[in-house]
Ligand binder design. Structure first.
Ligand SMILES: *Cc1c(COP(=O)(O)O)cnc(C)c1O
Length: 393
């Protein structure tokens, strides 16, 4: 296989070809390396690999060829130097915290992040003396005011879940760097197809590969992408010791997921945009959250920062929880499940599921109303999706 510098290729090409190293068997498709350890030619080579003086695999908790291929491919697509894969998106976020934080440190995190991310920062890092302040994602002054001398990083998700608010990554990166902090972006909703946080100044990108990267709802996985120094110094040593490793089988599924990511994302976005426009004129829908609509408060920012508006649409129905549940239960085809980014359209009631474990006042502050419904628009026939929702609207 020719040694190609994939930096010179477009994202669609990187997604299909980068990262794979052909073996002596000349296979065309990436194999699954189902091996827990690797053999050394002799004792000296074993010693050299263990001390890192000689490159090469030792044990699949920290390196595996199939997982490496996934890591390399995603790093190219994000435009970052290095990527490390993890057992889940939460394991990736945990790794960032375990690697970077120490007791006495402070974190600023947006209120609208994934529910478990809030619990991770609050309950678990909190238990070890790391304090987290939660701020309004779109209020830049709120972010800056929350920064303290011991703030290690700012953490955000844009677009947020489930309200689809858009943060200005470039502005927040400038603020973070002015105060000597890192900016970490959870790029799960956009994927590198729609948004490249590194080009906007972010220091670390995290992913739940479980969502659009898989794209067909089969596997759980996550990733951390960052510069070589951050990875070598903080993230890789934690992965090696902490052990929340991605399995080679899952990496193989995610590798093929990446191959179709660009076409899938464009199709998800096109359908979501059409569905949002249709929902906006339904009388029982009182509010709609979709950045493609000119009524969205960050519509202009979304146009600038993202290449498309995304595949997730949220909306509020009149009548609160009762009507929201009624709408969900009236669907015939759409899956009632918490997963998103799937080819299958999914529907959830955030207030009683993904955000149900949050204290009511925390949920209220995050703006998760009882009438809110979130749809991850899949790739079925759009008229069928509309018809399924119309049953309960
Ligand atoms: C799902 C999700 C996570 C967590 O990922 P898992 O793979 O489920 O652990 C983190 N961030 C966002 C935005 C998510 O949607």
């Amino acid at each position: 296989m020719k040694d190609i510098d994939w930096k010179n290729y477009g994202l669609e090409t990187q997604a299909i070809r980068a990262g794979q190293k052909r073996t002596h068997e000349d296979e065309h498709s990436m194999p699954i390396f189902a091996t827990s350890s690797y053999v050394f030619k002799n004792a000296e080579e074993a010693a050299l690999r263990f001390t890192g003086q000689k490159p090469g695999n030792i044990y699949s908790r920290f390196t595996n060829p199939t997982v490496n291929a996934f890591q390399e491919r995603l790093a190219y697509m994000e435009g970052g130097e290095r990527c490390l894969a993890f057992a889940s998106g939460m394991a990736a976020i945990l790794a960032v915290g375990m690697g970077l934080l120490k007791s006495g440190d402070h974190v600023v995190c947006s209120r609208g992040v994934f529910g478990n991310t809030i619990l991770l920062f609050q309950n678990y890092f909190g238990k070890f003396g790391v304090e987290t302040d939660f701020v309004d994602l779109i209020d830049t002054a709120d972010w800056e005011a929350a920064i303290k001398p011991n703030t290690r990083f700012l953490f955000l998700e844009t677009p947020s879940n489930p309200l689809i608010e858009i943060a200005d990554i470039e502005l927040l990166a400038t603020i973070a760097h002015k105060h000597g902090c890192l900016l970490i972006v959870d790029n799960c909703f956009c994927t590198p197809v729609l948004q490249k946080p590194f080009t906007l100044g972010a220091d670390i990108v995290v992913h739940s590969a479980t969502k659009y990267i898989d794209g067909q709802g089969r596997c759980i996985g996550g990733a951390v992408i960052a510069g070589n120094e951050l990875i070598e110094k903080f993230i890789y040593p934690y992965l090696r010791t902490g052990g929340a490793t991605m399995s080679p089988f899952n990496a193989w599924v995610f590798l093929s997921g990446l191959e179709t990511l660009a076409v899938r994302m464009k199709a998800h976005c096109d359908s979501a945009f059409e569905l949002a426009k249709w929902l906006a004129q339904c009388p029982s829908v009182s509010k709609i959250h979709y950045p493609g609509l000119p009524t969205h408060p960050q519509h202009e920012l979304a146009k600038r920062q993202q290449s498309h508006f995304g595949g997730i649409v949220s909306f509020e129905v009149q009548g609160g929880k009762e009507q929201a549940w009624k709408l969900i239960d009236a669907t015939e085809m759409i899956s009632i499940t918490a997963n998103l980014g799937d080819v299958k359209t999914t529907i959830t009631h955030p207030a009683t599921t993904t955000h149900g474990r949050l204290a009511p006042e925390v949920r209220e502050l995050a703006g998760i109303k009882d009438g809110l419904v979130r749809i991850s628009v899949g790739l079925e026939n759009l008229e069928d999706i509309k018809r399924d929702l119309a049953r309960g609207l």
